[in-house]
Design a protein around this ligand. Structure first.
Ligand code: ARG
Length: 456
């Protein structure tokens, strides 16, 4: 027998070069799609038999053979041979060895182009579902923690400068909201990719009387894809996963960044769970927030995958080009990275120790109730907000110069700046008063936050 490829050796005189095998083979990584590949093939054969393109006996042999191949792979008995290029050909070749001629009929009315699109889509769909489930767990953990800290006061920041008092629960729930949107994005992506490419064949459809609605339904899709040419050229589904993953990783990275800041000694707001930190080989006192730092960095990997695939796809004429084989490793890497990241950040939040005293103390600097003072001038003295802002600025300047907190500025000094100020202004300068006052829809007041936490 010639050493040319057994799938298309007919028109070849020479076998591929060693280097060609190396650049051409996707088997080393796409073997990860074996379950999806076998599932797709089983449904395809079932459909061919239903349409009388295969006999019932041929279908039975194929089903039995594919089940055996699956078992061999799962038991680690399968021989992955690089010269077979990819998982699709590796499975088919083994099937032929096991069941003989009927195995050669499986590829009727399909092509590797629609086969790979289907397998990969099945894989990405599962990853979307996995992300949704991990995100829901993270969101629940955040909400549970938030409920414990509805009244734990801390500074809210803008520009990382003390802005206004908020509760730690309010802060955590901000992240729960972000992850809630991420869930919606993954669900939406799943919905957009709910069409099955199998049966598009090479690019133009097939003359065989196939039933694509049957295959689509059996594989759990809402419908078959509508245009064969698009079906085999499309990798939007993978790009959408990567886009959702990138946004989600960006959220995780911001949370991680704040864990790094808040657990640093000058802040001391939180302690990361010790199992997610590491020590220093030289400085015995250290307890570094490594898990959070790695989370920040891994975000870059996920963005990198998105850029890789966008770049692979951007210049390709329709339909399939071999460039598209480079779609998988970046997606696999992003899936594994996101999965790990979501699990780690869930554990970090779950095991967080909160130092409420340090959070409260941090409100002693930075005049966090200056806005409350200005608001009092508007509400109680009928002064326009712009002007109230200016007056408050002068009081803050006085306080800063004399190293006082706003509550410590004597009434007489305030009245020198604004005669309408009365004793009851001191009520609103209290940080807890400030927190409780922010009752507007979506605000940080404890009752508002409880309402937010009760929402789905
Ligand atoms: N290994 C290929 C891939 O992963 C499968 C599709 C091959 N199709 C082709 N016409 N060569 O993209």
């Amino acid at each position: 027998m010639s050493k040319t490829n057994q799938m298309w050796g007919g028109r070849f005189d020479l076998p591929p070069a060693e280097l060609m095998l190396e650049i051409n083979a996707s088997l080393p990584y796409d073997r990860r799609l074996y379950a999806q590949d076998i599932r797709g093939s089983r449904v395809h054969a079932e459909m061919l038999a239903k349409q009388k393109i295969l006999t019932e006996q041929e279908n039975r042999d194929i089903q039995k053979g594919l089940a055996e191949v699956l078992k061999e792979i799962e038991d680690g008995r399968f021989e992955f041979r690089r010269e077979l290029e990819d998982i699709h050909m590796a499975v088919e070749a083994r099937l032929k060895e096991l069941i003989g001629d009927a195995g050669g009929k499986l590829h009727t009315a399909r092509s590797r182009n629609d086969q790979v699109a289907t397998d990969f889509k099945l894989f990405v769909r599962e990853e979307c579902q996995k992300a949704v489930s991990l995100l829901s767990t993270l969101r629940n953990v955040l909400k549970e923690k938030a409920l414990e800290h509805v009244e734990t006061i801390m500074p809210g920041f803008t520009h990382l400068q003390v802005a206004q008092p908020v509760s730690f629960g309010f802060y955590l729930n901000a992240y729960a909201e972000m992850f809630g949107r991420d869930i919606k994005r993954f669900l939406n992506a799943f919905d957009v990719m709910d069409e099955c490419p199998l049966g598009a064949a090479a690019l133009a459809g097939t003359p065989f009387d196939i039933d694509r609605f049957f295959t689509a339904e059996k594989l759990g899709f809402k419908a078959p894809t509508k245009n064969a040419l698009d079906s085999v050229s499309d990798r939007d589904f993978a790009l959408e996963y990567l886009s959702c993953a990138s946004i989600c990783a960006m959220h995780l990275s911001r949370l991680a960044e704040e864990m790094v800041i808040f657990s640093s000694q000058p802040f001391g707001f939180v302690k990361m769970p010790q199992e997610y930190t590491s020590g220093s080989s030289i400085m015995p006192q250290k307890c570094n927030p490594d898990a959070a730092e790695l989370m920040r960095a891994k975000t870059g990997r996920i963005y990198g995958s998105l850029m890789t695939l966008l770049s692979v796809m951007k210049g390709l004429p329709l339909a399939y080009s071999k460039d598209m084989q480079e779609d998988k490793e970046c997606v696999f890497d992003a899936c594994d990275t996101l999965t790990l990241a979501l699990k780690v950040m869930t554990a970090v939040i779950n095991g967080l120790t909160v130092n409420a005293e340090n959070m409260r103390k941090a409100l002693e600097n930075g005049f966090p109730t200056a806005t409350d003072l200005a608001d009092w001038l508007v509400k109680k003295a009928g002064i326009a907000f712009r002007q109230a802002h200016h007056i408050t600025g002068q009081i803050v300047k006085f306080a800063e110069k004399n190293k006082l907190r706003l509550v410590e500025v004597p009434l007489a000094e305030m009245q020198k700046i604004c005669p309408q100020i009365t004793q009851d202004i001191y009520d609103v300068l209290d940080v807890y008063h400030s927190l409780n006052a922010r009752k507007s829809y979506g605000g940080t007041a404890p009752d508002q936050l409880r309402r937010q936490l009760n929402e789905k």
